[in-house]
Write a protein that binds this ligand. Structure first.
Ligand code: HEM
Length: 505
């Protein structure tokens, strides 16, 4: 009897769910689905189960299928929720301008970033972005360029003992370079990550992305109540505590220091002189939010965590993929070296900000690797109110939109039949066919705030590395072998960006 009653209950529940979702079901049937079984309760989410490499392969397959449709849109179900995967730049532009709310799935990341700009609800995001945006002014960026130059000199030094070794994973070298640069520019502190063997802050950041991406792909872990019962939550809490303790200590010290300086430098002219030097994002944020009457310590913590999380891995992934691609395309590497020779000759002088605009071919190479290997391969937004796409399709409230950055960047309708080929010249000889066709930094009012910062950091690092070293494929990797990819919120190389390094001198 109990079994029969339970069965009736489940059937009624499923019918009610279906009735509530009838408009989503209609919408889903308008667009194709990935030609896979849609299972009861979990929908298509089983596709994303498995290793992080399986997850990335699933995203790539979804992207290719989306590109093969006429509209560049495909539907799939994650549990009982409908998602549309979008790979057409026109629809992406429309979504990114009109749907500013992040999808509910991103609440998972808010465990770490709280109401910090990147994942905050729109109501909180708007005023936060207004405060954060001016800290990325060209004047401030030029000051940060000095940090990139100095930190990349350290990276070149750190590589010396391993150059000539058979195979080297460059990931740790590049990731600690970006962490040192980000900590110095955002927090104003030197943590010397490049010189330490174990870096607890980096380990905690890494653990958190692994845990969050695994949770995102398993809808049964979305509920906070269930997740808090899992062992993963314990590990997550430990990592978060490590990050927050570190950042809060820096905020406390910075506030005290600013207070002391203010009382020491009484006159306005003295304070103006102090403002000439390199000032961290944290200092700039304290001031641009209104000084003592501005952000609380919690708000400062949230914004600084965002900058560290958004700024460290992303640029490290972008730089590491560029190195990996160059190890397979020695002709391109040689062309960059020629450009570097024209700018620097045989001089060993440090890179200064004025050098960067002259490195046009290097710029095109970095953009081309970000096109083929976008560090953030997908982003998800939410349809808050019914809207109609330029193609005429009306999207239902509550639908999730997966803006498929990886697929947009390789959409053959906008990039041609050689869309999958590494050809940096396309960024020099052909104008973009649509402003949102190259979308690694996203698009619209909520696009990446660190775009210029990241380009400067990556260009400085690449220029410094290529002046000193030549990168060759790993001993077991030919130039033609495809790069194996994995997904942990960001897209990375399974083989941890392994290459061979040959000193130039
Ligand atoms: C290659 C490097 C980078 C890539 C590919 C990248 C990509 C992205 C993407 C895809 C988003 C999401 C935008 C959206 O949802 O529409 C984003 C947001 C953001 N990024 Fe970056 N990013 C990079 C580097 C950086 C750096 C170095 C910083 C700061 C130092 C930074 C700060 C931010 C911030 C603050 C946001 C949130 C913007 C908002 O919600 O208003 N990013 N980035």
């Amino acid at each position: 009897m109990l079994v029969q009653l339970s069965l009736v209950f489940i059937i009624v529940w499923l019918l009610v769910l279906r009735w509530e979702r009838r408009r989503m079901i209609q919408l889903a049937s308008k667009f194709g689905s990935p030609n896979l079984w849609q299972l009861p309760v979990i929908g298509h989410s089983y596709v994303f189960i498995g290793s992080d490499e399986d997850r990335m392969t699933a995203f790539q397959k979804l992207g290719r299928k989306t590109n093969n449709t006429k509209e560049g849109i495909i539907s799939f179900w994650q549990g009982h929720k409908l998602y549309l995967s979008i790979s057409d730049p026109k629809s992406a532009e429309f979504i990114l301008k009109n749907c500013l709310e992040k999808d509910d799935i991103m609440k998972i990341s808010r465990l770490t970033t709280g109401n910090g700009t990147v994942f905050a609800p729109v109501k909180i995001w708007r005023p936060r972005r207004k405060v954060l945006a001016p800290t990325f002014s060209p004047k401030n960026l030029l000051e940060f360029a000095k940090i990139f130059s100095r930190q990349s000199d350290i990276m070149v030094e750190q590589l010396k003992p391993v150059a000539h070794s058979k195979d080297v994973s460059i990931w740790n070298f590049v990731n600690t370079y970006t962490l040192d640069s980000v900590c110095e520019s955002t927090l104003g502190v030197s943590i010397h990550a490049q010189k330490l063997i174990e870096q607890p802050l980096l380990k905690s950041l890494e653990q958190i992305t692994i845990l969050d991406s695994a949770r995102m792909c398993q809808p049964w872990l979305y509920s906070d109540t269930i997740y808090k019962m899992m062992p993963a939550y314990k590990r997550h809490t430990k990592c978060r505590k490590m990050i927050f303790d570190f950042i809060n200590e820096v905020i406390r010290a910075k506030r005290n220091l600013m207070q002391e300086e203010k009382s020491l430098l009484k006159s306005e002219s003295e304070q103006a002189v102090r403002q000439e030097g390199v000032r961290s994002f944290l200092e700039l944020l304290i001031e641009s939010s209104g000084g003592d009457k501005g952000y609380t310590d919690l708000e400062l913590q949230e914004e600084t965590v965002v900058l560290v999380v958004a700024g460290t891995d992303t640029s490290a992934v972008g730089t590491s993929f560029t190195i990996l691609l160059l190890s397979k395309h020695l002709d391109v590497q040689e062309k960059i070296y020629q450009e570097l020779q024209e700018v620097f000759g045989d001089s060993k002088r440090p890179i200064v900000p004025e050098d960067l605009p002259r490195l046009k071919y290097l710029d095109a190479v970095i953009r081309e690797s970000l096109r083929l290997y976008p560090p953030v391969p997908v982003i998800v937004r939410k349809v808050e109110n019914e809207i109609t796409l330029p193609s005429g399709e009306t999207l239902v409230k509550g639908t999730g939109i997966l803006v498929h950055i990886w697929a947009i960047n390789r959409n053959p309708k906008y990039w041609g039949d050689d869309a999958d080929l590494f050809r940096p010249e396309r960024f020099i000889d052909t104008p973009l066919k649509h402003p949102a066709a190259f979308i690694s930094f996203s698009y619209g009012p909520r696009a990446c705030l660190g775009y210029q910062y990241a380009m400067m950091s990556m260009k400085t690092a690449m220029a410094n590395l290529l002046r000193n070293y030549q990168f060759l494929p790993a001993s077991n990797a030919g130039t033609k072998q495809p790069i194996r990819l994995r997904f942990d919120i960001m897209m990375k190389s399974v083989e941890n960006f392994t290459v061979q390094i040959k000193p130039r001198f």
